[in-house]
Ligand binder design. Structure first.
Ligand SMILES: [Fe+2]
Length: 386
């Protein structure tokens, strides 16, 4: 074992309170009251606005004596102009908190509105690579996150991926002092997710775990959590795909997704760097795009993962820890989940390689990929999937 990392300094932190359990969305009003919030803005995406869980959430708030408004003008890949509208509603409605409910888009929109609502900074002032504006923890509104897919893992931190509609790229925003006050995990909310979305969002969670674990550097909290998230998602995903009502496996997926989301505090990798830009350019589903990319990116990164692949293979229950068995298992999983084999099948046009590669290398996730990347190397990975 290499003990040299223990001679260096590190900074580790751990995220937010989590409440888990079946049917616990009913308690959201109670949780808001406990945190002295009385008039939240509920944020979700357009596709979720009419779903029963949004009504259930608002009913719970009302029963607890709280008033609220609903903002749902949010695309699958949330846009900067939508965040401006949400912020305006937050301010005109004099809200004191954001309750974000949904998949990645609803949660990211809620977080972005919360980031910008109580200050005069512009949205892109919060871009990940920039120095965070000087804002104290207490100057942000309270944020509660309620995931309805087991995939994004976005419920325990403040990063949000948004499309810059002027430059047509996705940018990551966050603030180190802005964290959800609570993540509420209720597996019942994921039961009605259609099989294809269950698969796509589930592979997003698996990609988080694998890419986070692959990021170089010592982070014992994130590394352990990544392996446990990987084990849970890999074990439960085929079960919920074939049997959507398997509530215990739905619970395993939701917790596995949350763990995988915590793990990527450490960073992500090339699958996400490419996926972010493909999503911004062609509006593809984030999890599906990752699913198409994951195995090719892993094969590309394999020379740098000699010590880590056996541990990942062990985590997903393989007896043979060789890279080939690990890749073969993941490729079989993609087939079992009916994931298309190439990017053309998900609406990405041929001829986009250079453009995608030039944008992806600037993505924050490319900087933590275990193998150093260049535009030609990224282009070769993309081209192999067209
Ligand atoms: Fe992701």
């Amino acid at each position: 074992m290499d003990l040299s990392p223990f001679l260096e300094n590190h900074s580790w932190s751990f995220p937010v309170p989590i409440e888990y359990g079946l049917g616990r969305l009913d308690e959201i009003g109670h949780f808001c009251l406990k945190k002295n919030c009385s008039h939240p803005l509920v944020v979700t995406d357009r596709g979720s606005a009419d779903l029963p869980y949004v009504k259930k959430l608002i009913d719970s708030l009302t029963k607890a004596g709280l008033t609220s408004d609903l903002f749902f003008d949010v695309s699958p890949n949330p846009r900067d102009i939508e965040i401006e509208k949400g912020k305006s509603l937050f301010l005109s409605g004099e809200h004191d908190a954001v309750v974000a409910i949904g998949g990645g888009s609803g949660l990211d929109a809620g977080k972005a509105i919360g980031l910008t609502a109580n200050n005069s900074y512009e949205l892109w002032d919060f871009e990940y690579e920039r120095t965070s504006p000087p804002i104290d923890e207490n100057d942000f509104p309270m944020l509660i996150c309620v995931p309805t897919t087991a995939g994004t893992g976005a419920e325990t931190e403040s990063t949000a991926m948004l499309t810059d509609t002027i430059d047509q790229v996705k940018r990551c925003i966050w603030h180190r002092n802005f964290k959800p006050s609570l993540a509420l995990l209720d597996p019942e909310l994921t039961v009605n997710l259609p099989p294809h979305l269950t698969a796509w969002t589930g592979i997003d969670a698996l990609t988080h775990a694998i890419e986070a674990y692959s990021v170089p550097g010592l982070h014992p909290l994130c590394d352990s959590i990544a392996l446990q998230g990987m084990e849970l998602v890999h074990h439960c995903l085929p079960q919920v795909y074939s049997d959507p009502n398997n509530i215990s496996a739905r619970g395993g997926m939701l917790v596995g997704s949350c763990l995988s989301g915590i793990a990527f505090l450490k960073g992500l990798g090339l699958a996400h760097a490419i996926s972010h830009m493909v999503g911004a350019l062609y509006d593809t589903h984030h999890g599906l795009t990752n699913a198409v990319l994951l195995c090719s990116v892993l094969r590309f990164n394999a020379p740098t993962l000699e010590k880590k692949i056996p541990k990942m293979a062990n985590a997903i229950g393989l007896k043979d820890h060789s890279p080939e068995q690990f890749f073969a298992n993941l490729e079989n999983l993609m087939e079992e989940l009916d994931i298309p084999r190439n990017l053309l099948d998900i609406g990405v046009p041929s001829g986009c390689t250079q453009k995608v590669a030039e944008l992806a290398i600037r993505d924050i996730a490319a900087s933590t990929n275990p193998r150093e990347v260049t535009v030609p190397l990224i282009a070769a990975v993309v081209e192999s999937l067209l």
